[in-house]
Ligand binder design. Structure first.
Ligand SMILES: [Zn+2]
Length: 162
């Protein structure tokens, strides 16, 4: 998603907490983002834009721009949603018990704006053993500049060889 100019709270560097009313969120977020972020919805498995993304880079909160996860901690879980074993920092996300749908789960929210991201389960890989199962809709991915440069350099080099 491109940075939404109508979203005045979106920032990748400002870490101050965001507290907006639901009406204000509704005004500034695209409908699909709003439904996940504020309505705690879940996208269909294997339909999101990032569940199968293997590129190197950083995942930001689509509602406020808060850095959430890096691609190093992403793994193939087979569940159909982007899965990570660890957030960027302890304050990147916050947690709440979720006992809806007859299940006992732990909800994961953005540490800056409290957008619903997904859930965390304890069946992940080492070193944490955790699986952060996150909706693609609420993630903004940016390719690492270095990785992109290396990719282009390699392409250039290979061109010389041909
Ligand atoms: Zn956020």
């Amino acid at each position: 998603m491109e940075e939404d100019k109508k979203n005045p709270v979106y920032s990748r560097s400002d870490s101050s907490k965001v507290n907006l009313s639901e009406a204000e969120w509704k005004k500034i977020l695209p409908k699909d983002v709003y439904e996940i972020a504020r309505g705690k919805g879940t996208e269909w498995a294997f339909t999101g834009k990032y569940w199968n993304n293997k590129e190197v880079g950083t995942y930001y909160c689509a509602a406020c721009g808060n850095p959430l996860f890096v691609s190093d901690t992403k793994f193939e879980s087979g569940c159909g949603w982007p899965s990570f074993y660890e957030p960027i920092s302890k304050s990147s996300v916050i947690y709440a018990p979720d006992n809806t749908h007859g299940m006992q789960r732990t909800e994961v929210m953005c540490g800056r704006c409290k957008a619903h991201l997904g859930h965390v389960f304890d069946d992940g890989p080492p070193p944490t053993g955790l699986r952060y199962c996150i909706n693609s809709v609420i993630l903004d991915f940016e390719k690492a500049k270095d990785a992109e440069k290396k990719y282009n350099d390699d392409k250039e080099k290979n061109k010389d060889k041909e």
